[in-house]
Write a protein that binds this ligand. Structure first.
Ligand code: SAH
Ligand code: SF4
Ligand code: F3S
Length: 483
C-alpha cells in the first residue's frame, strides 16, 4: 500500500476524539486577510463549486466562491472547463455521503484529461476521520481536503496545491476563531443568508453536526446587525439568520447578556422587508422570542421547529431535552401569539428501538399540530455518535413503511395548511420564472408558501400582492393584484 505520509507542508487529518471535546477556550474574532502574494493566482482560470447539505453549507460555498474570485478565478457551470472543482459536502446521513463518493468517481476522468485540475473536498464529510482515511486511500485523485473551520485559509491551500503538486490536507478538529469579512459571492441578489452563530453543543444522540461544526460560537450582535443593514442597503428583501440552534445565540458571551430574542428585537428595527431564521430547537424557544415574533413587521410568520419524534422515551434517547407535552405547549403558545403562524418540522422515523406504538405517537403529534410541511427522514447511523452504538433493530421494511405513512399524513396537512390562503391576498417575493413555464412567476409568501402566478418578468426581485385562486399540496396558484 502506498505510504500516506506527505511531503507537502499541509498534512493534518481530523480526529473524532478532539472533535468531541468542549474545552473552555476564548473565541477571538479575526478579520479575513487577503494574502497579497496570492492575488491573481487564478487569473484566466475557472472554478466550479458543488454544494450538498444544509443552508450553512450553501452559505459557506458563497465564501469559497468569493475567495476564489478574489484570487482571480471566474465561475463556470461546465466542470470540463474548470481548473478547480470543489465539492462542499454533507455528512448528515449515509446517502448524502454516498452521493459524494459517487460524484468523485464520476469526476475522475476529468483529472485524466486535465492533470492540472485541482479536485477539492471540503465541508462536513472532511471533518470525519474515517472519510478522510477513505479519500486518502481510495480516491487518490482528490488533491485538496479542508474542513469547515478553516475555509478562510483556502488561498494558501490552492497556492500550495499549485506549486507543490502534492496533496494538501488540512482539517482542524477543533473550531478556530470567528472570521469576519470573508469575501462572498452571494448566490441570490434579493435573499441572503447571514450566520449568527457557528457550531452546536446540543449533541442529539443521532447527529454528527456537533463533531463536524465544533462548539457553539456566536457572532457579535453588532457584526450581525451591520451585515443585515448592509444587505438592506444593497437592495436585499429577505435575510435568513443561520445557526444549528439559533435559540442558543449569545449563551457563550462572557461580557454581556444578550439572547436571540434581543437580536430579533434589534433586527426588527431594520428597514428590510423580511427576516426569518433556521433552525430553532424547541428546547429553549423562550417567551421573549415569541413576544418579539408577535411584533411581526419584518419578522416572517414562519417557524421551522424540528420535533424529531412524538414519543417521550424516544425523545429522551435522542437527548432532545423536551417532551411531547412541552412541545405541544410551545406550539399553542406560538399560535396564541401569532394565530396564522406557519410551522414546519423535521422528523426521524426508525430511531433505534422505535416500536410501532412509539411511531404512532409521532403520527398523533403530527396530526395534532397540523404542520404546514415537514422534512421526514429514515434514521441513518452516524459513526462516532451515541445512537450508532444502540441496537438498530427496526427493519428496513418497517422504516420505509413508517416513512410512507408519515408522509401521507404530512402531505394531507400541508394541503389543509395551504387551503387557508384560498381567496386571500398575500405578499409574494418573486424569485423568477416557475420550473415549467416561463410566463408563470414563482415566489414565496411571508408564511414561506410557494406561489405561482402569471406575470411579466419585470416583477422578479419585487414583493407583489397576489390573490390566491387555488391551493394545492405543494404550492398555491394565484393572480397578480394590480394597483
Ligand atoms: N440543527 C438542526 C438540524 C440539522 S440536521 C436542528 O437541530 O434542527 C437536519 C435534520 O436532519 C435534523 O433535524 C434531523 O431530522 C435529520 N437528521 C440528523 N441526523 C440524522 C440521522 N443520523 N439520521 C436521519 N436523520 C437525521
Ligand atoms: Fe444536530 Fe441536534 Fe445540533 Fe440540530 S441541535 S445540529 S439535530 S445535534
Ligand atoms: Fe450536512 Fe453539515 Fe449541514 S452535516 S446538514 S452540511 S451542518
Amino acid at each position: 500500500m502506498a505510504e500516506e505520509k506527505d511531503y507537502s507542508k499541509y498534512f493534518n487529518k481530523p480526529s473524532l476524539k478532539d472533535a468531541k471535546s468542549r474545552k473552555r477556550r476564548e473565541v477571538n474574532i479575526e478579520d479575513f486577510a487577503a494574502v497579497k502574494e496570492m492575488a491573481g493566482i487564478g487569473q484566466g482560470k475557472h472554478y466550479h463549486v458543488k454544494t450538498y447539505g444544509c443552508q450553512m453549507n450553501e452559505h459557506d460555498s458563497e465564501a469559497i466562491a468569493g475567495i476564489l474570485e478574489q484570487l482571480g478565478y471566474a465561475t463556470t457551470d461546465d466542470e470540463k472547463l474548470a481548473d478547480i472543482i470543489i465539492l462542499n459536502t454533507c455528512a448528515i446521513r449515509e446517502n448524502a455521503e454516498n452521493r459524494v463518493f459517487g460524484e468523485l468517481g464520476r469526476l475522475k476522468p476529468l483529472k485524466v484529461n486535465n492533470p492540472d485540475l485541482i479536485l477539492g473536498v471540503c465541508g462536513c464529510m472532511s471533518q470525519e476521520e474515517s472519510v478522510v482515511e477513505k479519500l486518502l486511500k481510495k480516491y487518490q485523485h482528490v488533491d485538496l481536503i479542508f474542513g469547515t473551520h478553516n475555509i478562510h485559509r483556502l488561498p494558501e491551500y490552492v497556492h500550495e496545491a499549485l506549486i507543490s503538486k502534492e496533496r494538501v490536507v488540512e482539517v482542524w478538529s477543533g473550531e478556530g476563531d470567528i472570521v469576519e469579512n470573508m469575501p462572498r459571492r452571494r448566490a441570490n441578489a434579493v435573499k441572503g443568508w447571514v450566520n449568527i452563530m457557528y457550531g452546536c453543543d446540543e449533541f442529539c444522540t443521532y447527529c454528527i453536526v456537533p463533531y463536524t461544526r465544533g462548539k457553539e460560537r456566536s457572532r457579535l450582535p453588532e457584526d450581525v446587525i451591520n451585515e443585515v443593514r448592509e444587505l438592506a442597503a444593497a437592495g436585499y428583501k429577505e435575510v435568513t439568520l443561520l445557526g444549528q440552534n439559533v435559540n442558543a445565540y449569545g449563551k457563550d458571551f462572557q461580557d454581556r447578556t444578550y439572547t436571540f430574542g434581543n437580536l430579533l428585537d434589534d433586527l426588527n428595527e431594520i428597514d428590510i422587508p423580511r427576516i426569518r431564521f433556521t433552525t430553532s430547537h424547541p428546547h429553549d424557544f423562550d417567551e421573549l422570542m415569541i413576544a418579539t415574533l408577535a411584533k411581526r413587521g419584518n419578522l416572517m410568520e414562519y417557524v421551522h421547529l424540528p420535533v424529531q419524534s412524538g414519543n417521550n422515551a424516544i425523545l429522551k434517547k435522542m437527548n432532545r431535552r423536551y417532551t411531547r407535552e412541552s412541545y405541544l405547549q410551545l406550539v399553542r403558545d406560538l399560535r396564541s401569539a401569532i394565530p396564522d403562524v406557519a410551522i414546519t418540522t423535521d422528523i426521524i422515523v426508525g430511531f433505534p428501538g422505535e416500536t410501532e406504538e412509539q411511531f404512532l405517537d409521532t403520527m398523533s403529534l403530527a396530526e395534532e399540530v397540523g404542520y404546514d410541511g415537514a422534512y421526514t427522514f429514515i434514521y441513518s447511523p452516524r459513526e462516532g455518535t451515541p445512537a450508532a452504538k444502540m441496537a438498530d433493530d427496526v427493519t428496513d421494511l418497517e422504516k420505509k413503511d413508517r416513512l410512507y405513512r408519515l408522509n401521507a399524513l404530512i402531505n394531507a396537512d400541508a394541503n389543509t395548511g395551504n387551503m387557508r390562503f384560498q381567496d386571500q391576498v398575500v405578499e409574494v417575493l418573486v424569485e423568477g420564472p416557475s420550473k415549467n413555464d416561463d410566463a408563470v412567476m414563482s415566489g414565496y409568501t411571508r408564511h414561506q408558501k410557494l406561489v405561482n402566478f402569471k406575470a411579466d418578468a419585470a416583477v422578479i426581485g419585487q414583493i407583489v400582492d397576489v390573490r390566491i385562486t387555488e391551493a394545492k399540496t405543494w404550492h398555491l396558484y394565484g393572480e397578480l393584484v394590480s394597483d
